[in-house]
Design a protein around this ligand. Structure first.
Ligand code: NAD
Length: 286
């Protein structure tokens, strides 16, 4: 017998989160306080990055934040970028700093990330914030895993005791995702490129989080019937369409709930960036 999974609407969830943030920002500004300031730096002309940065700016402005995008040429030197970051660190009107990745090859990414004041690191990539998250003390939470957790909680009010498998161990998605799931009392397995028998690992998974970067990689037959599937993957197919890491058509007949691509985790990521900017504001300015 085949069923039809509940489709988790990330677009609607993101719109609701943005509306909540907009209400909070409006309450601040009507009481005479400054709007949170989000400053995004884009170095070079990477087409995908330009689109992401444009969406970040638009959505930040829509929720009432003071958002500025600083577009710098691809030839920008590391020292110049570090000086920019230092200026943002020192500016009390700047609550969130985001340096869009990837950076041109001649710039040391780690050096730039480590130069950002952890209190303003709204991407949550700074080692101090990575450490705080690992210690269970994170105030700023990496945007994509945070968005995925919020979607999970829509369908699973309590995650305690559930078996979760995260496929992918990147610092941006897989690892922080696993930490959040552990903190939510799941029993967590991280699978990765050297995992021996992924279908076998997935057999027990009540929750599957796929962050691999390979279209349609996770087959429907690998999914435990009724499982909740969070597909983080965003892959461009040769025909220009977007696909997730999960074979959506197959998974739809097996899973209990699933996020589509597009329209699942993707829209939550920027909404969570705005959430982090507001959190950074509150932590620093009260
Ligand atoms: P990454 O390339 O850094 O990591 C991919 C991970 O997949 C690695 O840890 C690797 O071990 C694992 N992997 C590769 N082959 C595997 C295999 N055969 N079996 C099991 N694991 C395997 O990628 P990332 O930055 O974590 O991104 C993953 C995906 O999520 C990409 O499609 C990316 O576009 C997408 N993404 C989406 C958002 C969003 O906003 N929704 C944000 C970040 C990344």
């Amino acid at each position: 017998m085949t069923g039809q999974a509940r489709i988790i609407d990330g677009k609607a969830a993101a719109a609701a989160l943005r509306a909540e943030i907009a209400t909070e920002v409006a309450a601040l500004t009507t009481s005479g306080r400054p709007a949170p300031g989000l400053h995004v730096v884009l170095v070079g002309e990477d087409p995908a990055s330009r689109v992401y940065v444009g969406s970040k700016e638009k959505q930040a402005v829509e929720v009432g934040m003071a958002s500025v995008v600083h577009r710098m040429p691809a030839e920008t030197g590391e020292a110049e970028l570090l000086a920019k970051v230092a200026a943002f660190n020192a500016d009390p009107a700047v609550d969130g700093i985001l340096v869009q990745l990837p950076l041109p090859k001649h710039i040391d990414v780690d050096k730039v990330i480590e130069a950002i004041d952890p209190a303003k690191d709204v991407d949550c990539f700074h080692p101090v914030n990575v450490g705080r998250l690992a210690a269970g003390q994170g105030k700023l939470i990496p945007c994509t895993p945070l968005g995925a957790m919020l979607l999970l909680k829509q369908v699973l009010p309590s995650l305690a005791g559930l078996e979760a498998v995260v496929i992918g161990r990147s610092g941006i998605v897989g690892r922080p995702m696993a930490q959040l799931l552990v903190q939510a009392d799941c029993t967590v397995t991280i699978a990765h490129s050297r995992t021996r028998d992924l279908p076998e690992v997935l057999r027990r998974a009540d929750i599957v989080v796929a962050a691999v970067g390979r279209p349609h990689f996770v087959k429907g037959a690998w999914i435990k019937p009724g499982a909740t599937v969070i597909d983080v993957g965003i892959n461009r197919l040769p025909d220009g369409k977007l696909a997730g890491d999960v074979d959506y058509a197959e998974a739809l007949t097996v899973a209990g709930a699933i996020t589509p691509v597009p329209g699942g985790v993707g829209p939550m990521t920027i909404a969570c960036l705005l959430r982090n900017t507001l959190t950074a504001y509150r932590e620093r300015r009260g």
